[in-house]
Design a protein around this ligand. Structure first.
Ligand SMILES: Nc1ncnc2c1ncn2[C@@H]1O[C@H](COP(=O)(O)OP(=O)(O)OP(=O)(O)O)[C@@H](O)[C@H]1O
Ligand SMILES: [Mg+2]
Length: 470
């Protein structure tokens, strides 16, 4: 059997190319989980990109409301209908007609227009249109035997079903594919996710995918399937404005509104299950400051060496700025190579003495520039090296220095750290990095934002793009 695209390149990747052509697909999920949008996107993609012909049978709404709804998501079905490639069948006022009449009408339309794709929205709503409940089961069998198996029309049936519901519609046993749609909350933000429950003839490596309905259905690519590839080019510059330093990610500046203001303490919290290396998360921000002639001092998170951090920046920062505008902390005991001029070498014994070295490096830069110095401090490293009590002793001074000298600070911490709570409450802006269903998201906690999926686009220059889960 051939495959027919699901309408999502990520889902196609997971399903070895898509659904089985001529097969039966069940989409289950609670109200508002995205079943109708997914099904409409599937048909629209098939008709516009693959030369298929589609029939949409709705037991829940009329054509006007459907087409207006889809128009708001950028899917133009009226054009496809006028070209004879799409048809919408309203089945909302058929109380007396009975199963036989409904089925005959569907069959007639399929043969009349040579439809190769069929959506039935929804199976659960049929029982409201048909007088006798057992008719629904007869319909299921007739749909399957006549439409799917005989006419070879790929059929998608939508089923309203709460998550964890034990009851199975008989049609689910007969389906080649079952995908369950759902939504949950993650720290106050909406997460939409789907689970592949059944996929005949397909090995599923990644059964969970996160998705958004913003501008139609879009699944987010997990890292293990090649999501968030290494950027090929330098990042497009994002201008700073007034008292604010840009995060280097235009979309993030827009969502957060207040990043990174002069004299402010900001926090990036990296959740424990994030596999994306921290230097990759921070690269766009650091290179954006450096490439505009700004000065940066880094106390690396997660015990990263100065060399690792500098190497990760090399392809993205002009050499001149890399050599003259950047200093990175390293520890004497952990240094194997000769000490480069960009390194601030610390003993790791006294946090007071070491922080004086760090602040001195910042002061040196401040003499060269009247712009705020951008400092990044991995408080996880600080805590591991000196212990929580020692870190708390310098926290007040560190905060006061940042505020009074008008620098811009981004602190980095893991939630397991004992100092994390202090940093959270002191932060002017607080962002969390998470991995959900294998894909990487940013989420503003202060101020609140939706979950924002991270992608890197390259078009001449590289650019980090964020897509909200809506
Ligand atoms: N223009 C839009 N942009 C983004 N999201 C939208 C838009 N319009 C609707 N939504 C979201 O889509 C959800 C509804 O999706 P959809 O109609 O596909 O759900 P459904 O699973 O078919 O629900 P039901 O079982 O009630 O028919 C809404 O809850 C809303 O959050
Ligand atoms: Mg619906």
């Amino acid at each position: 059997m051939g495959r027919v695209s699901t309408g999502s390149n990520v889902l196609d990747l997971v399903l070895d190319g898509g659904f089985l052509a001529g097969g039966l697909v069940a989409i289950t999920g609670p109200p508002g989980s995205g079943k109708t949008i997914f099904a409409a996107n599937w048909i629209h993609n098939g008709v516009t990109k693959l030369g298929e012909k589609g029939l949409y049978v709705s037991f829940v709404e009329g054509y006007d409301s459907f087409s207006e709804y889809m128009h708001s998501l950028g899917l133009d079905f009226e054009k496809l209908e006028s070209e004879g490639k799409f048809k919408f069948l309203e089945m909302i006022t058929l109380r007396e007609a009975g199963v036989q009449a409904i089925l005959e009408q569907i069959l007639h339309e399929i043969m009349d227009m040579n439809a190769t794709m069929l959506v039935i929205d929804s199976f659960s709503a049929i029982s409201q249109v048909i007088e006798k409940p057992y008719d629904t089961r007869i319909l299921a069998h007739m749909v399957l035997s006549k439409i799917v198996r005989r006419l070879g029309c790929t059929t998608m049936i939508l089923i309203e079903k709460m998550s964890g519901e034990e009851f199975y519609e008989p049609v689910e046993f007969l389906s080649d594919f079952i995908i369950h749609f759902d939504k949950t909350e993650v720290d106050g933000a909406l997460l939409r996710h789907l689970k592949i429950l059944k996929a005949r003839g397909t090995e599923i490596r990644q059964p969970h995918l996160a998705f958004t309905l913003k501008g139609g259905f879009k699944a987010f690519c997990p890292l293990i399937l090649g999501g968030l590839r290494e950027p090929e080019k330098r990042f497009r510059l994002v201008q700073h404005y007034g008292d604010f330093y840009s995060s280097g990610i235009k979309d993030l500046d827009d969502f957060m509104g207040m990043m990174f203001r002069r004299g402010c303490y900001n926090l990036l919290e990296v959740k424990g299950d994030v596999t994306l290396p921290p230097e990759r998360i921070l690269r766009a921000t650091i290179s954006n400051v450096l490439n505009q002639g700004g000065y940066v001092v880094i106390f690396p998170p997660q015990g990263l060496s100065a060399l690792t951090v500098r190497k990760s920046l090399e392809p993205f920062v002009y050499e001149n700025f890399l050599d003259h505008n950047l200093k990175i902390v390293d520890f004497r005991a952990a240094t194997v190579e000769k000490v480069e001029p960009y390194v601030i070498l610390l003993d790791g014994r006294s946090i007071k003495e070491d922080m004086i070295c760090f602040w001195n490096a910042v002061s040196e830069f401040r003499k060269k520039s009247d712009r705020p110095i951008f400092t990044l401090v991995g408080f996880d490293t600080l805590e591991y090296v000196y212990g929580k009590d020692e870190v708390l002793k310098i926290l007040g001074e560190d905060l006061a220095k940042t505020r009074n000298l008008g620098d811009v600070r981004l602190n980095i911490v893991r939630p397991e750290c004992a100092v994390a709570d202090h940093l959270r409450s002191l932060a002017n802006a607080h962002i969390v990095v998470r991995e959900l269903c294998g894909a990487v998201f940013l989420q503003g906690i202060k101020p609140k934002t939706p979950l924002l999926n991270i992608e890197v686009h390259t078009n001449g220059e590289s650019e980090v793009k964020l897509t909200p889960v809506l």
